[in-house]
Structures are given as structure tokens and as C-alpha cells.
Design a protein around this ligand. Structure first.
Ligand SMILES: Nc1ncnc2c1ncn2[C@@H]1O[C@H](COP(=O)(O)OP(=O)(O)OP(=O)(O)O)[C@@H](O)[C@H]1O
Ligand SMILES: [Mg+2]
Length: 507
């Protein structure tokens, strides 16, 4: 069988239809898969020495989150260098990046593989890969036919990239090119919540506004801060990090604003604080909710007047610093409770960003799982790490109280466990390799003392209050004093929990 004009025309037409690029690309590879009768196909974007899947067909969802570094994938490197159609012999010794990633065939190796590099005026912009289980699957197609497909796909991909450049960033200056290793801090995720968040980052980054980033633990707040800095006009100036929670009161002021020699015992020389280090750049104040009230007042002063004094110095210094702050507390509630200054809150949260919890991100769980599998694969020097479909289902159903950090650790642990159980260079993660924490709502960490009947003379109201008090205290203890997660465990709104605590005299 060879490709008819009709079929090629169909590809060309399909590349014009579709509302979004993703849609169009998805159709393209779907069509290729049926036309060429392959078992899997993927459209990859080439950028900064790695391939990033834009659309996949016949492959496990987690592939969309994997980033294929050229240096770690000789087969993709061969495609990138070839300049033309590459047909890998069925017995090629180069590992196929999709080995084990075709659902239902996890144990099988890919046999037939064709790679089509995609060029735009001689620059490599991407690749199409076609894989099959049957070694002779692509023999009936001529190189010329495959070149035609590649040319159509390259044109469509290049158009999409140009349109994105034109549309992007709402007329604001385009963000600077990512410097350094892109995969280090890339934000994986295609869920509605993540797309919205990325859009907001693009809008706020070049604006120089202060940003308050809130979200549960492990959701990626630090990654968001780095993305904002990188896409801002301050990208080539320092991004200085300060964790407010790890700041003992005694050194906090000097950490922030610096000190002069002799300002206090131990101040043996002049020292600049984080604010000065971040001059012209960005200061990332992590866990801002932990900052003491006196320091909040000092911080506010710098934000209001743009000048500061080193400890022990009465001269003031002018600084130009953009503040990004992060918290996993409900800062608004902290303001109502009198733990956080309202005026500082308003200064910091000119542009609030909220990072959604992992459990609300749907397929992102699979994408991130793939991303971490590929990272761990390289770290552990394995030839392949795949996740079985039942394991992916398990991951999708779990509630992820520790969010992405917990997922990252869970994947790594599962790989180590799977290898211990079945040594080898190819790992397939099964549900049994994951030991996920049971849902708090199903299995409370401590049995409730409901069985103890109230003593005589105690009203129902008093008994109920007492019970609620115990329950709340226990939950707070388990969450390490984190109200948001205690509220989640108890299944109540955090604001209501604060009100209840006040009424019960816990606060
Ligand atoms: N979208 C993402 N894609 C890839 N990796 C991510 C993503 N979000 C978070 N991570 C990774 O998850 C880990 C936790 O992220 P991060 O430290 O930014 O979370 P956080 O919100 O600051 O957590 P905490 O409140 O506990 O400080 C990091 O290793 C980070 O690289
Ligand atoms: Mg953090």
C-alpha cells in the first residue's frame, strides 16, 4: 500500500481545520496512525536540546509530560541530526523512547520505527515519530511519501509557533528567552487550572507588580516565583530567596536589611541584607505568613518608601526590589485573626496568584508522573521506566495532600521498590509499588473518643463543644498547626474552622 493523493490531501486539509493548535496536531497524528497503520505516533517540538511531545496517539498519557533530552535518547538524537527520513532497523541497538509506553503492550519492545525531522528554514523545530510492533510495518511507504508528510507537518508546526509568538503576552513585551536548563524548572501541566495560571504569569511577569503566590504545600509556588522572575524585565538581575519561616527573630532584621560593623555583638564587619542583594532584581519571600508582626512593619516601610537602613546605621539606602511572596496559609484569614498586617497584605497582594492543588488537575497527574519517571530514569541510569495503566488510575484517584512534591517522591520510591522486587534496567510501575497515605477522612490518624458518654449534669451543647474541641486540637496537632490542612482533613471550610476555634476558645 502506498499513500494516495487523496490521503495526502486529507492531511493537508486536516491541518487547516481544528480550533486550536493542539486540536490540529492531535488530528494530524490520529490520521497518520490510521493511514500508516502504526501502533503509536507522536509530534514532538524541539527546543533547547530536548524533545517535548505536543500530541501523541497510541501512547500512554504520561508521555505528554515526559521531556526527552537528546543526550539521554540516542534514537531521538539520530533523528535530530539526520536531516532526512530515518528508518531504524528492527534490530537497532538504540533503545526506543517509547518502549513500554504503548498501553497494553508494556512488556514489548517497539520493532519498526521511523523518525521524520521537521525543519523551518533549515532549523530543526520538531519531529514526527511513527512506531509499530511489526518490523516491516513501514516498508511499503517510500521516503518521498514520508518526506511529504514531514513537509506538511513542519509547515503546520511552524505556523502554530509563529501565531503563538504573535498572539502571546497580550501586547506586553515578550518574555525573555529562558536561560539555562529549561527542564530544570519547567512547569508541567495542561489542565485548565494550570493553563490559567500560566496565562496569569505571562500577564503579571513583565508588569513589575508585587505578587502573592498562595497554594497548598508542594503545589509549585517556588516554581511559579522563578517563572515570574525569568519572564520579567529583571531576569538578568538576581532572584534572591529568603525563607521567612527559617528566620530566627534575633537575626531576621539583619538578614533582610543588613548590618554595619559593631551594630551588635558578632557584627564583625559590614554585611548587606537580602534586600540590597536583590537590588534591581527580585526578592522571593517564601512562607511570608510566618513573618513576625514587628518585621512586617519594617518590611512595609521598605515597600512604601523604597529605602531601608542597615542595623546600626542611621543612613538610609535606596533599593529597587520587586517582591514575590508565597504562603500556604489563608493570609486573608490571618489578617482577620490579627496575625498579619492588613496594609502589608494589600501591598503584597496587588496581584494574587493561586496555585491549584494537584487533586484538581486531572490528567496533569499522569503528565507529572511521566515527567518524574523520565527524570528518575536518567538519575538511576535505567533504560526505561513505564507506568502501567492500573497504576496511573491509582495515582489519579489519590488525593495528594502533599501535592507535586509527594508525587515526585512516590514515583521515585516506587521505582526503587520495583527494582528491588525485580532487578533489571527496565522498570514497570504497578499499583503494588505505591504505598500512598490513606485518606484522612476514611482513616483518622487517632481513634475518636466518641464512646465516652458525657458525665451527668453536662448539657448536650457542652458535651458537643468539648468533643469538637478535642477533635480540632487533634487535627491541628496532626497538621503541625496548619489550619488549611486541618480544615481539609475535617472536611470544613477553613474560615469556618477559624470561627469555630474562636468560639470554642482554642485560639
Ligand atoms: N508543574 C510542575 N511541573 C514539574 N515539577 C513541579 C511542578 N510543580 C512543582 N514541581 C516540583 O515539585 C516540587 C515542589 O515544588 P515547590 O517547592 O515549588 O512547591 P511549594 O509550593 O513551594 O511547596 P511548599 O509550600 O512546601 O514550600 C519541586 O521539586 C518542584 O520542582
Ligand atoms: Mg516552597
Amino acid at each position: 500500500m502506498s499513500l494516495s493523493i487523496d490521503l495526502l490531501a486529507r492531511i493537508a486539509i486536516e491541518l487547516q481545520s481544528g480550533i486550536t493548535h493542539e486540536d490540529r496536531f492531535q488530528r494530524l497524528i490520529g490520521t497518520l496512525r490510521t493511514m500508516l497503520a502504526c501502533d503509536a505516533s507522536a509530534l514532538l517540538r524541539y527546543e533547547q536540546h530536548q524533545f517535548r511531545p505536543l500530541a501523541i496517539d497510541g501512547l500512554s498519557t504520561d508521555v505528554l509530560g515526559r521531556r526527552f533530552a537528546l543526550s539521554a535518547h540516542p534514537r531521538l538524537e539520530a533523528i535530530a541530526r539526520a536531516g532526512d527520513v530515518v528508518r531504524f532497523p528492527a534490530d537497532s541497538s538504540l533503545p526506543d523512547p517509547y518502549d513500554g509506553l504503548i498501553p497494553g503492550q508494556e512488556a514489548l519492545k517497539v520493532h519498526a520505527c521511523v523518525g521524520l525531522p521537521l525543519f523551518a528554514s533549515q532549523t530543526l523545530i520538531g519531529a514526527l515519530t511513527l512506531d509499530g510492533m511489526n518490523p516491516t510495518q513501514f516498508d511499503s511507504f517510500s521516503d518521498d511519501e514520508l518526506r511529504l508528510i514531514a513537509a506538511l507537518a513542519a509547515g503546520a508546526l511552524n505556523n502554530a509557533l509563529l501565531i503563538e509568538q504573535l498572539e502571546g503576552y497580550n501586547g506586553l513585551p515578550a518574555p525573555r528567552q529562558v536561560s539555562g536548563d529549561a527542564s530544570e524548572s519547567e512547569m508541567i501541566g495542561l489542565s485548565a487550572g494550570m493553563i490559567q495560571l500560566k496565562k496569569e504569569i505571562d500577564i503579571v511577569a513583565p508588569s513589575d507588580l508585587n505578587v502573592l503566590i498562595s497554594g497548598e504545600t508542594g503545589t509549585g509556588k517556588e516554581l511559579v516565583a522563578r517563572a515570574i522572575h525569568r519572564a520579567s524585565g529583571r531576569a538578568d538581575k538576581p532572584l534572591v530567596y529568603l525563607n521567612c519561616a527559617a528566620l530566627p527573630e534575633s537575626v531576621a532584621e539583619s538578614e533582610l536589611f543588613g548590618h554595619v560593623k559593631g551594630a551588635f555583638t558578632g557584627a564583625i564587619s559590614n554585611r548587606s541584607g537580602k534586600f540590597e542583594m536583590a537590588d534591581q532584581g527580585t526578592l522571593f519571600l517564601d512562607e511570608i505568613g510566618e513573618l513576625s508582626l514587628p518585621l512586617q512593619a519594617k518590611l512595609l516601610r521598605v515597600l512604601q518608601y523604597g529605602d531601608l537602613q542597615r542595623v546600626g546605621d542611621d543612613r538610609s539606602l535606596r533599593v529597587d526590589v520587586r517582591i514575590l511572596a508565597a504562603t500556604n496559609r489563608e493570609l486573608k484569614q490571618e489578617v482577620l485573626d490579627g496575625n498579619f498586617r492588613a496594609d502589608l497584605f494589600h501591598r503584597l497582594s496587588v496581584f494574587p496568584l493561586s496555585v491549584p492543588p494537584l487533586r484538581e488537575r486531572g490528567d496533569d497527574i499522569a503528565l507529572l508522573a511521566g515527567f518524574f519517571c523520565e527524570q528518575s530514569r536518567i538519575r538511576l541510569g535505567l533504560s526505561g521506566v513505564a507506568i502501567s495503566q492500573p497504576a496511573l488510575t491509582l495515582l489519579r484517584q489519590y488525593h495528594w495532600p502533599g501535592n507535586i512534591r509527594e508525587l515526585e517522591h512516590a514515583i521515585y520510591r516506587a521505582i526503587v521498590l520495583a527494582r528491588a522486587a525485580r532487578p533489571g534496567d527496565d522498570v514497570l510501575l504497578e499499583p503494588g509499588n505505591f504505598a500512598l497515605r490513606p485518606q484522612a477522612a476514611i482513616q483518622p490518624a487517632q481513634p475518636l473518643s466518641v464512646s465516652k458518654p458525657a458525665s451527668p449534669g453536662v448539657t448536650l451543647r457542652e458535651a458537643t463543644d468539648d468533643f469538637q474541641r478535642q477533635t480540632l486540637r487533634a487535627a491541628l496537632k496532626r497538621s503541625g498547626g496548619n489550619w488549611t490542612s486541618a480544615a481539609r482533613e475535617l472536611g470544613v471550610n477553613v474560615a469556618n474552622l477559624h470561627r469555630l476555634a474562636k468560639r470554642l476558645g482554642i485560639k
